[in-house]
Structure formats: C-alpha cells, structure tokens
Design a protein around this ligand. Structure first.
Ligand code: ARG
Length: 435
C-alpha cells in the first residue's frame, strides 16, 4: 500500500513501482532516518502538536526498529518505495494510530534532505580518519628512509636531487588540504532542513531550532524551498572527493613507475601485489593501478550530480533521487581506496641504492654547480651557460660533473677550484635546500 494511496484508484504498475523505488540505495540510511524521526517526534510532543504518550510510543518503537534492522531480525522490504516509507509503515503496523501521527508537519522532501545530510556527516568523519591514516603511513615511510636521496623530476626528466622523504611530504601536504576541504564542506552542510516540509514549511507551531539542536546541527536552513532542493553539499563533497582521487591517482602512478624495472625505487609487499596468469616473472602493482582507475568513477559521480542538478526548477523534483547513488558511490570508492592504500604504503620497501644510482646520473647537481660559480661572484646567467658547457663536455666524453678534473673545470671558467666537488655532492645539495 502506498503512502499516497487515497488519491489513486489503481495500484502502481510493477515496472513503474520498480523504476520509482529507491529502497536499494537509501536502505543504508535507515539509522539516520530513524534518528531524524525520533527528533521530529520529540519536538512534536514537546510542542503539544501530538499527544505525549503517542510521541513516547513512536520514539520507543522506532528505537526498537532500528535495533532490529541493525541486528538483522527485521528485513527491509525490497519492494517498499523507499526507506522512509518502509519505516513509517512498519511503525504503524506495530503501534497503530499513534504511528500515523509521526509524519505530522513533515514531508519526505525535508526528511530525505535531512537523512542525506546526517548520513554524509558520518561519511565525512570516516573519510577524514582514513586520510589521517594515509598521512601517517606516508610520513612514517619518509622517516624510515630519511637519508635516501633520489632524483626530483620535472617533465619526468631528472632535475634536482631531493630526498624520498621530501617527495612523500608533497603527498602529505596534498592530503592535509583534502582534510580541510572535507571539513569545510561538512561545516557548510551542517544545517538542518527539517521543518522545510514539502517546500513551504508547515502551519504547525514546530520548533526547528529544537530538532536542529537534537540532531547536532549548527543551525537550520533559512529558506524552506532551498532546504528541500539544495544538494550543493553533495556536489561540494563529490568535488572534494574527486580532488582526493586526483591526489591518490598521482601517488599511485608514481608507485607504478617506481615498481618498474626501469626505476626499481620501491618494492611492494607480496600481499599487496598480484601475478600474471601467463608470465611467471610478473609482479604487478594492480592495487595502485586500480586506485588510479577508480578516480574515473568518482569524477563520474561528480559529473552525475552536477548534471542532475543543472537547470532543475525549485523545489523538490524526483530527479534528485539520483543524488544518493552518485554521492554514496563516491564515498564508498574513496574509502576503499584509502583503506587499501594505507597498508600497501606501510609495507612498501624503498630501495635507496637504486634511487641514489638514478640520482648520480642525469647531472641533477648542475644547478648547484652554477650556484657555486655565483658564490664566486659570477652572474647567474653566465654561471648557467658555463655549467651547460660543462654538461655538454661530460656528455661528449662520457664523464660526470664529479669525474671532471679541476683543469677541465678551469678550461670552461677560471673561477672554479677544488671546492666545486663539495658543492656538487648530492648530500650537500639536498642539505642546502632543506629537502
Ligand atoms: N526517495 C525519494 C528521494 O530519494 C524521497 C523523497 C520523495 N519525495 C517525493 N515527493 N516523491 O528523493
């Protein structure tokens, strides 16, 4: 039986029913739906809008329903229209007329807007915890190999020497910004839409501040039309989640490169790698590749939300039911990626000898060689040119800046002396830059 059965003379067509239903997606919000209803009913009875004993009966039965769903003794009917309907109907079946008073002064439109906010608030906390774990894993990994020197790259060409720790710190900084973005979106979302009704509030003397505070909101939404039709918070969060996936995909791309025999800067633990069905020698960084690939899903979710909301007239439209699949998928994906990456990073071994070997090639101390001439009084542009000539000489003769003689240095620029060797030592280059 539909909530709206009175106006209709026929049951919904089976296909219509299935198409219209969102129970498969919104069941996961059952706890938030019940918490919202308990706050609503507490307010209704406090304000004398429904009899106190009905309020108490509703709240007690809702709490029971929540426990039963949690422990699996009450199964959610997959044919129900949505979770709101299922819970209200179950309540009314159990306590009769009192249950029918729950929806006084409320609409599913403000109810669903509330449930999603409550649900996403917890999801923000879960993602925040996981990001913090990844930050910790990355900084511990950096500390474990605090002395490892590797080439820093621009254009994927060896550029200047850095430490592995400095490289990983770039990611902890990105992830710290991600924490800020999630916290910021969560704060803006933390305003209660309950009391917005279908779109134009209600004629009952409800207390919106009371329900907002019972549910831990900082405020309640000022415009009732906006309260039911705003999904900015989903878009903001999907956008913050997309940026997280950009960061994870960059980290994973580097790990994939570093695992290749061309680099071999790191070795993933066997527990976080996979083999090939045909090539016995293979050990593949599938986890990192999958995280890189899953970034596509999350960007898709963001695009879904933007497209669903674009051009929608006020206030609630059924289009908005599509919001949950997208934002839930984005959170699920980011959480599983973070959760898998943390142990993969913690167990990853670095190979500092290979990093050092790579750092020794490619003239990555050429800038420091030029800086040495600058310290002797030469203008930087001239120092740059002289060092460029030295690099060309090395390439011609199969040498490195370390193996050139002082005479060879002097042939290019008189200002060189034996001090140049200390100046271009990779350890010193890294130290001088505080890398
Ligand atoms: N399942 C709906 C959703 O997710 C709940 C709101 C339904 N409201 C309505 N007027 N049909 O958006």
């Amino acid at each position: 039986m539909k909530l709206w059965a009175g106006r209709f003379s026929k049951e919904a067509d089976k296909k219509t029913n299935d198409f219209n239903s969102s129970i498969a997606t919104d069941s996961r919000m059952y706890a938030q739906d019940i918490e919202g209803s308990i706050a609503h009913v507490t307010m209704l009875s406090a304000k004398g809008i429904i009899p106190e004993q009905d309020g108490a009966a509703i709240a007690a039965e809702l709490a029971k329903i929540k426990n039963e769903i949690a422990e699996g003794s009450l199964l959610i009917d997959p044919n129900a229209e949505d979770i709101h309907t299922f819970i209200e109907q179950t309540l009314t079946e159990r306590i009769g007329d009192a249950g029918k008073r729950l929806h006084t002064g409320r609409s599913r439109n403000d109810q669903v807007a509330l449930d999603v906010r409550l649900y996403l608030r917890d999801e923000c906390d879960a993602v925040t915890e996981l990001i913090k774990k990844l930050i910790k894993a990355l900084s511990e990994k950096g500390d474990e190999y605090a002395d490892a020197i590797m080439p820093g790259y621009t254009h994927l060409q060896r550029a200047q020497p850095i430490t592995f720790k400095a490289h990983l710190s770039a990611y902890t900084e990105m992830l710290t910004r991600d924490l800020g973005r999630v916290a910021d979106a969560k704060k803006r979302m933390n305003s209660s839409p309950l009391g917005s009704g279908a779109l134009a509030g209600t004629t009952y003397p409800i207390d919106r501040a009371m329900t907002a505070s019972l549910l831990g909101f900082d405020s309640y939404t000022a415009s009732t039309l906006d309260g039911v039709s705003d999904r900015d918070f989903c878009i903001e969060l999907a956008s913050a989640l997309s940026i997280i996936m950009v960061h994870l995909s960059r980290l994973c791309e580097e790990i994939i490169l570093w695992c290749s025999w061309e680099f071999k800067f790191v070795e993933l633990d066997d527990a976080f790698s996979t083999g090939s069905s045909i090539m016995p020698q293979k050990k593949n960084p599938d986890i990192a590749e999958l995280v890189r690939g899953k970034s596509g899903r999350v960007f898709g979710d963001l695009m879904t939300l933007l497209t669903v909301m674009k051009g929608l007239p006020l206030a609630y439209n059924k289009d908005m039911q599509e919001d949950k699949d997208a934002i839930f998928d984005a959170f699920d994906t980011v959480k599983i990626c973070l959760d898998t990456l943390v142990p993969m990073i913690s167990t990853m071994k670095a190979i500092p000898e290979n990093m050092r070997k790579a750092a020794a090639g490619g003239f990555i101390n050429a800038t420091d060689c030029a800086d040495y001439l600058v310290s002797k009084g030469l203008p930087f542009r001239d120092a740059y040119k002289a060092t460029g000539e030295l690099v060309a000489l090395c390439i011609r003769e199969g040498k490195t800046l370390e193996t050139l003689s002082v005479d060879e240095y002097k042939q290019v620029c008189e200002l060189f002396d034996g001090g140049v060797y200390e100046a271009i030592k990779l350890e010193n280059c890294v130290k001088r830059r505080g890398m």
